[in-house]
Design a protein around this ligand. Sequence first.
Ligand SMILES: Nc1nc2c(ncn2[C@@H]2O[C@H](COP(=O)(O)OP(=O)(O)O)[C@@H](O)[C@H]2O)c(=O)[nH]1
Ligand SMILES: [Mg+2]
Length: 326
Amino acid sequence: MYKNKSICVVVPAHNESTQIGQVIETMPEFVDRIVIVDDASKDQTVRVVEQYQQKNKKIVLLKHPTNQGVGGALATGYNWARDNDFDVAVRMDGDGQMNPGDLTVLLDPVVENRADYSKGNRLFTGEAYKKIPKVRYFGNAFLSLLTKIASGYWHIADFQSGYTAMNRNALHTIPWDQMYKYFGQPNDLLVRLNVYNFRVTDVPVEPIYDVGEKSGMKIGRVIFTISWLLIKLFFWRMKEKYIIRDFHPLIFFYVLGGLFGFSTILLFVRVFYCWVMTGNIPSINALAAFFSFMSASLFTLFAMWFDMEANKDLKGYKIRARETER
Ligand SMILES: Nc1nc2c(ncn2[C@@H]2O[C@H](COP(=O)(O)OP(=O)(O)O)[C@@H](O)[C@H]2O)c(=O)[nH]1
Ligand SMILES: [Mg+2]
């Protein structure tokens, strides 16, 4: 129990036989259950966990018969935490990249009801740029921008971080079996949390690398799959949040931004074509292209601004308090 709330830590594990031991051994005392979801590991993960289970009665081991991806493993763990009526469900990876010393900072906004979901942000510390491998750092920055647009949580960053905690309300609302199964899971979950108007807050955590972890994520590939996922999620959120649940005029702004964006491309292609073929630039065409470009930018930026406004109450209190201090 932590501050009178029961805490369940979900640990997705895939080939973590060398790492999982330290995760179990360093787990803080106040954690009530450690639910390790073995995602059909090919190594000794299951055997190692079973050995720990003999000494540590808090460990629950759930096994997938076939590999489902990290999101699939989390869905299994979260369903278990929900069905066993825990107050808070935490995600901590099985490779030792999350500092157990950061857990109370992560839990505080949730147990004190200042947020429904809190997420570790590894970028607050100045160390992040030095510690996180560069390709990952910039890949993360790019996906963070897309996730802001797709999820509406403009005040959040470091979306790929998997150190998270959520309250009972979120645990019982999200349909876990529908959550994305692979590495885009954190992004997918944030978009879903936004549709249900959950308050999300970032807390600073330490980035940990080189503790023996081997990442299964191929950044060159996931950057495309997650970008595509985010485009689909963006349209889904617009429909669910601003058309079905409540109508918001920002939809018109986004639609007009899209239409003008499309016509901008066509008009610029024509300008370029005429210039190459005849050596002249048709002035009306060029003017129309610039007008179209300006309209597209303005409509899109206004739409984003309205989205930001519509979601400003979903910041955790901590961030709000800091804002009023200024
Ligand atoms: N690579 C991989 N990891 C999985 C899978 N299922 C569960 N996991 C776990 O998901 C967590 C995050 O994976 P990891 O490869 O460390 O990702 P990274 O830390 O973002 O580079 C780890 O605890 C893995 O053990 C899977 O199918 N593939
Ligand atoms: Mg990892």
